[in-house]
Design a protein around this ligand. Sequence first.
Ligand code: MLT
Length: 273
Amino acid sequence: MITTRFVDVVVAAGHGQVERPAHLAVHIAGRGPLALLVHGFPLDHRMWLDVLHGPLAERRTLCAVDLRGHGDSPYQGDAAHTMARFADDLAAVVRALGDEPVDLAGLSMGGYVAFAFAARHPDLLRSLVLTNTRASADNDVQRQGREVSIAQVVARGRAAVVEAMLPKLLAPGADALLHARLRTMIEGTPTETIVADQRGLQQRADWCDALHGITAPTLVIAGEHDQLTPVADAEVMATGIPGARLEVIAGTAHMTPMERPDVWADAVATLWQ
Ligand code: MLT
């Protein structure tokens, strides 16, 4: 069974922006030590539903967080959702739920947040799963691409995001219901959240030169056909982080925990003994 708790973040300090409190929804299943599951852009906890209902819940208390402005966590008026702010929000969730180090799994934008969490809150981190993500920051072309995407979503609404992203999220031949689930999530994410996410993604740090300093046991997962964060990006992380292991999931693209939740869970179980 999945239960939902709300955590109030009173102050998210230290990243040069106006302080805005947050009211964060955390969807919880399972037993044992805490593990946070952090969704990608512009999604929410529902991308983890198959994982929440799967065998990892026998090993960990799985906590799928809705980042501020996503899912059941309201948008708070932030102009930019920086990865640092998201990471500080997660730290507040960890402190509210038990104040023990957690296992952290982040997909794509959730992986960028995981890097920020590892840098800002190493005392709260037990292990890392970096899935369908990358360590590099945006280059100028990618930043400009986000400007175009912001202009399109402001002018045309979320349909523009669905059209741009949905064809890249899943491997060819994926179940139509998976497409529908993703479309539902994107269409349910406020336009203002999408803009604030894109602003935060534009500003995010490059972690390539800091990978060697990550001491938490790490698993890197990639999708064989992922166009958004290709296998080559995963290889950079797996090579750079001491002791990290790489798992490439055949027949999948960007949404491995939805496309092959069974294989994804088996891989993660090797880390979460
Ligand atoms: C995601 O899935 O979170 C996005 O593709 C991340 C990004 O736009 O860099």
